[in-house]
Design a protein. Structure first.
Lengths: 357, 337, 280
């Protein structure tokens, strides 16, 4: 048994074993919480996925749903599930995951929950470019998606350059973001005005997030994007945690901050842009997922996956609510917008109280 | 906010240019459009007023539209100056502070739940919405250290705007008749302006302007700092409240008849402040003029670009005003924001 | 701790267009406590950051064992040099042990999990800074003095041979200032860590430093042991202050006694350590 150490002097060779134990057990406890909550979130998300497949104008029994998924032909069920519900579910799941993880990444890197792709105008840049493609260039879906990604990256670059100033400040970033959003929204309105009738519905998709009308063929793009960029963000989880400590500390700890930042931003923007291409900009998910996940899972760990899961759960739950909870069907973007708005205000109040702004 | 006094040498040339621009914009507003008229036709329409001539009716319509734009622009210009003085914030603009959205929400709710349909009813709903939103935004923005700094106000305004806008959409979606009327609300337009709406707006415009003029000496003192102003005998709290109310009335009423038009206040006051300095004796009237020119000019541009339809003036002002906002954000030291 | 040769040669460095350091050259003495002193905006913080590779010099170089530090892979460098920034940023809600644990990053591979030695390093660092009991508390609950100790513990967990500290005592009460400086001295004497810090209090600097670097307007104008270089002329050069130097009765190091327009009477007895005496 080690001797007790006197306060304020150091015995280099005899660090009390109790301390090591306390540290290790604390760490294991926190990891365990992370795993348990992530498991619960995964189960919740899968349950929501099942609900998406089971519920609808006609409720099909689980048996039938499984049969259809396995490839069987059941009249009525096959159409409903394969053509409508399955694409809807996959789109909601993946897009929600993408928005959640992208938002979390931005918020952690910029150390501010207000700094997420929605607020700083990245998604409006993507949308504006996409609407331009649809209405003016009349390009194909693939080209539109590609352009929207590039536009999203360009918007980030522009915002970064404009907001940099002599020192980085979140306030300037948000102001520039507001300006960019106003311009993009104005441009979108203009384009919708001069657009031909048949192009409008496709363009409108870019304005409010919705899972309506997603086709199965559109999904592989989203799947591939997630398969590439979600792991890349997860791999950079530890450097991201270091970035959270600020530029000076991160550099001191040996993180190549510029490289890591670029990789993370590109991944996050691509995820957000492609997700927007499939479902339109689903309001608030990128903003809410990170804080909710951190509150559930705890701070101090890389919470990319829980944030993605929360995003997916939010989108799926909101879509189910929008379909079935009210007499009128609301697209998922409206529901999430309504959920997100009070939280945004609450967050502002909290930040003001604490003197963070 | 700059502390520089106006430079008397600049005053005359600036005023001459301003009035010239004003006259040009008035003329342009009468000439250009889906069917562009020649000067001769405009003259005919104004002076001779042949009842059968198409040109006459077009000119009549455009005259009303121009007058409407003039009133709205002036109101927004003055409201912008008032907001900026009260908050000592170079980026205070009713659209940025979310006041327009609040007015819009109340009107849309009125349409949906209370079946209102006349302009008179719109105005009162819009004014209450504007007032409540202003109080709300100011309340949130004032919390915490430093009181209502510009950054906090803008954030509170932007967040509130987003929140309210999703509520507006939620109210609208199930009610297509509201959506039809809302189209005009989503982004401000002077196209719907009629003689009646001008008459409706006028009293509020006059009241707001009168209050603004009365507040001028006090607001000039306020620009030097709260303590200095109090030392000069100004009741800062009362003054702020009065000026803010005037500003909200002006932009609330404008939103009620024209929909939410953003950035006009921001643009007008900045241009004038750059040219003439911060003395409100010149800033208020000239911003009113500048606001009118900007609004009418944007409307003309909107009509030209959107031909044969029209691009709402709110879109044009956003496109022009947003870069100005960005430039301001870049230049100003954020600490002092 | 290992020995390293840490030098700077003709450093010209600053921010954006404004260069602050003016051809500074120095060598950091190994296994000693070095302190940089100077008036506000003299460049001492800039110098520290340039030495710690946070700022890339416009010209000149910083050499670790003869190699320019900007050519050494950052993670490898992080095992040799540590830094406590002036205003550290704290992710709220994080537990103390997690924050200190982040200091282990340079020693962990991308997929590596936590090893026994990581836990030991964290435990040792926390014991050293007397915060072991707070291990699982969230950082928000801690006082300013405690937080500063957590940050130093994080730098300690990094187990570097050289530790840079940028004004580690500035916002602390005097008790905490002495406590932290004593703990840093422990670190230096018992582990042999080379410590380089910026202090604004000249008397604490004179007491705790083995070696001083005095700066003015971006130039290094004096260096050496406190007892050798602290004279009233130097203080006048560096701070623009009239003063007299006495011997600190506690530590026998030089102590600066400022002379202002009041409270100075002629005929007071002084012990001089070099330099002139100004009588009023």
């Amino acid at each position: 048994m080690m001797n007790t150490i006197e306060m304020n002097t150091i015995e280099m060779n005899t660090v009390e074993i109790n301390t090591i134990e306390m540290i290790r057990s604390g760490r294991i406890r926190r990891r365990r919480r992370w795993f348990v909550v992530t498991m619960v979130l995964t189960i919740l998300t899968m349950a929501l996925c099942c609900a998406m497949l089971l519920l609808g104008n006609t409720i099909y029994p689980l048996r039938d749903v499984i049969a259809v998924l396995a490839g069987e032909e059941i009249r009525g069920a096959s159409f409903a599930i394969n053509t409508i519900r399955l694409p809807r579910m996959v789109a909601g799941l993946l897009a929600g995951f993408a928005f959640g993880i992208a938002g979390y990444t931005f918020q952690t890197m910029l150390r501010n929950p207000l700094a997420n792709p929605n607020v700083i105008g990245v998604t409006s840049g993507s949308s504006a470019a996409a609407v331009f493609c649809i209405i003016v260039l009349q390009s194909s879906k693939a080209v539109t998606s590609l352009v929207s990604v590039i536009a999203g990256l360009l918007t980030v670059l522009i915002i970064y350059v404009l907001a940099r100033g002599t020192s980085f400040s979140i306030g300037r970033l948000i102001l520039v973001g507001i300006g960019i959003q106003a311009m993009c929204n104005a441009m979108i309105t203009y384009l919708m005005l001069i657009g031909e009738e048949h192009n409008l519905p496709a363009a409108v998709r870019w304005l409010t997030g919705s899972l309506n009308g997603v086709k199965l063929e559109e999904l592989p793009l989203l799947v591939i994007t997630c398969l590439i960029f979600v792991p890349s963000i997860c791999l950079l989880g530890r450097p991201l945690m270091m970035l959270e400590l600020g530029e000076q500390s991160a550099t001191t700890l040996g993180v190549r901050t510029d490289l890591v930042r670029v990789l993370l931003i590109v991944s996050a923007v691509v995820l957000a842009a492609i997700a927007t291409a499939i479902t339109g900009p689903i309001a608030s998910v990128a903003f809410l997922a990170g804080p909710i996940a951190s509150r559930l899972v705890g701070i101090g760990t890389a919470n990319s996956i829980p944030a993605g899961l929360v995003g997916a759960a939010l989108v799926l739950a909101a879509d189910l609510a929008g379909q079935f909870a009210t007499p009128v069907k609301f697209p998922v973007g409206i529901i999430t917008g309504i959920i997100g708005a009070p939280y945004l205000l609450f967050l502002l109040i909290q930040m003001n109280r604490r003197g963070d702004l | 906010m700059g502390q520089s006094r106006y430079d008397p040498k600049h005053l005359t040339p600036v005023m001459i240019i301003a009035f010239a621009l004003f006259a040009i914009s008035l003329l342009a507003s009468l000439i250009f459009g889906a069917r562009s008229l020649s000067i001769h036709e405009v003259w005919d329409g104004l002076v001779q007023q042949h009842p059968d001539s198409i040109a006459t009716s077009v000119v009549q319509k455009r005259m009303i539209r121009t007058l409407f734009g003039l009133c709205c622009g002036a109101a927004l210009g003055i409201a912008g100056v008032l907001m900026q003085s009260v908050t000592r914030n170079p980026i205070a603009d009713p659209s940025i502070l979310g006041v327009n959205m609040g007015a819009a929400l109340f009107v849309v709710c009125g349409m949906a739940f209370f079946q209102i349909s006349s302009a008179q009813q719109y105005i009162w709903f819009a004014l209450s919405g504007a007032m409540l939103t202003a109080i709300f935004v100011f309340g949130i923005g004032s919390m915490g250290r430093g009181g209502a700094t510009p950054l906090k106000l803008v954030l509170a305004g932007a967040a509130t705007s987003v929140a309210l806008s999703s509520l507006v959409t939620a109210v609208m979606i199930p009610r297509s008749y509201v959506m039809n009327q809302f189209r005009f609300w989503q982004v401000g337009s002077v196209g719907a302006g009629t003689w009646d709406s001008i008459l409706l707006l006028l009293p509020f415009l006059l009241v707001g302007t009168a209050v603004a003029l009365i507040c001028i000496p006090g607001l000039n003192a306020l620009a030097l700092g709260d303590e200095t102003a109090r030392g000069l005998g100004v009741k800062t709290g009362m003054l702020r409240l009065t000026a803010a109310c005037a500003g909200v009335i002006l932009c609330g009423a404008t939103t009620a008849v024209a929909g939410p038009i953003g950035f006009v206040g921001l643009l007008a006051t900045h241009v004038i402040r750059l040219l003439l300095g911060a003395d409100l004796r010149y800033l208020i009237p000239m911003s009113a003029l500048a606001g009118a020119v900007i609004l009418i000019g944007s409307d003309v541009v909107g009509r030209l670009i959107g031909s044969p339809g029209e691009l709402e003036v709110g879109v044009v002002t956003a496109f022009v005003g947003a870069p100005i906002l960005i430039i301001l954000a870049m230049r100003v030291k954020v600490r002092s924001l | 701790m290992g020995s390293h040769l840490f030098q700077a040669k003709q450093l010209v460095a600053g921010y954006d267009q404004k260069m602050i350091l003016d051809h500074v050259s120095l060598e950091i003495p190994s296994h000693e406590i070095s302190v940089m002193i100077g008036a506000n905006a003299c460049g001492k913080s800039t110098l520290l950051k340039t030495l710690a590779r946070l700022i890339k010099p416009a010209s000149g170089e910083v050499l670790l064992d003869g190699k320019p530090i900007h050519q050494i892979p950052s993670k490898q460098l992080a095992r040799v040099i540590g830094l406590l920034p002036q205003s550290p940023i704290v992710p709220e809600g994080i537990s103390v042990a997690d924050l200190v644990g982040r200091g282990r990053y340079p020693h962990q591979s991308m997929f590596g999990s936590w090893r026994q030695e990581d836990d030991e390093a964290v435990a040792e660092a926390m014991e050293m800074m007397n915060i072991a009991k707070l291990a699982n508390h969230p950082i928000d609950e801690l006082s300013g003095g405690q937080r500063q100790r957590v940050w130093i513990a994080m730098a300690l967990a990094q187990q570097t041979d050289i530790l840079f500290l940028d004004e580690p005592t500035t916002y602390l009460d005097i008790t905490y200032q002495i406590e932290i400086l004593d703990l840093l001295t422990d670190l230096n004497r018992k582990r042999g860590t080379t410590i380089v810090m910026v202090l604004h209090d000249i008397n604490l600097a004179a007491r705790y430093a083995d070696y001083l670097f005095a700066m003015r307007q971006g130039q290094l104008i004096a260096e050496g042991k406190p007892s050798d270089i602290i004279t009233s002329e130097l203080i006048h050069d560096v701070f623009g202050l009239d003063c007299t130097i006495i011997q600190d009765p506690v530590s026998n190091s030089p102590s600066v006694v400022p002379i202002g327009r009041y409270h100075a009477h002629s005929g007071h007895a002084m012990m001089q350590i070099g330099g002139n005496v100004h009588a009023r």
